[in-house]
Write a protein that binds this ligand. Structure first.
Ligand code: ADP
Ligand code: MG
Length: 238
């Protein structure tokens, strides 16, 4: 699979699989995933519901570990890490944007964006300054004092992006980030992600909307837990 850059990949997956033990049944979430993602890449992952997109994102973001194969983030074999080390690498390296915004409703936009810095032990003044910078990067500086439940859906998702950016992560993961937005807010959001990518952010975006996926530099397709070609994907989707 072609890539934007040469050199060492930021993320390297080889034969990655995930089996969920659900009661008496084992559910295959992913199988045999080989994937390299380089610094500065912008990858869209498309696939039908239940195909393993979120499972893949959880592994990329160190929220979960594969049951088979190997996953390296910046050359670190993630599968071998303790839960504590996994949490540390996740907090340092990964920013998450979800379909639901997960903002604290009674906190201001600024305070919501500051939270990851608080967890990382960054001092008060630097926290406020960096949170403001992140809000500026998504064009929401003038809403910094609004409580998050006083913001529109599109504005909430911008706050969530600012929060994901504030730790200056190596990797931004967005799982159906436009799923709860009207089409105009969705387009605005994609413009922000495209700009962040142009400025150097590495982004992996999950969507089942081709118009959204086209904002990425390349698209991979996943069906039944496996990466497939575009043709195969179209065939299966009918
Ligand atoms: P997608 O995000 O593409 O809709 P998921 O990655 O959420 O798909 O799910 C892939 C498959 O793994 C599905 O069959 C789903 O039911 C199963 N799955 C996901 N998470 C779990 C879990 N925690 N326990 C058991 N099965 C799961
Ligand atoms: Mg999902």
């Amino acid at each position: 699979m072609g890539s934007a850059a040469g050199g060492e990949p930021l993320l390297r997956l080889r034969g990655v699989g995930k089996v969920y033990e659900a009661g008496e049944h084992a559910v295959v979430g992913l199988e045999g995933i080989d994937l390299d993602i380089h610094p500065g890449d912008f990858l869209a992952v498309m696939g039908p519901s239940g195909s393993g997109k979120s499972t893949l994102m959880n592994i990329l973001g160190c929220l979960d570990v594969p049951t088979t194969g190997s996953y390296e983030l910046k050359g670190t074999p993630v599968s071998s890490l303790s839960p504590e080390a996994l949490a540390a690498i996740r907090n340092r390296e990964v920013g998450f944007i979800f379909q639901v915004f997960h903002l604290l409703p009674r906190y201001t936009a600024l305070r919501n964006v500051e939270l990851p810095l608080l967890y990382a032990g960054v001092g008060k003044e630097e926290r406020a300054q960096r949170a403001l910078e992140a809000l500026r990067a998504v064009g929401l500086e003038d809403r910094k004092g609004h409580l998050s439940n006083q913001l529109s859906g599109g504005q909430k998702q911008k706050v969530a992006i600012a929060r994901a950016l504030v730790n200056r992560p190596s990797l931004l993961l967005a799982d159906e980030p436009t799923g709860n937005l009207d089409s105009r807010s969705g387009e605005e959001l994609m413009a922000i992600l495209a700009r962040l990518n142009a400025e150097g952010s590495t982004i992996v975006l999950v969507t089942h909307d081709l118009a959204i996926a086209r904002n990425a530099r390349r698209i991979v397709y996943i069906v039944d837990g496996r990466l497939v070609t575009e043709d195969r994907y179209r065939e299966l989707r009918g």
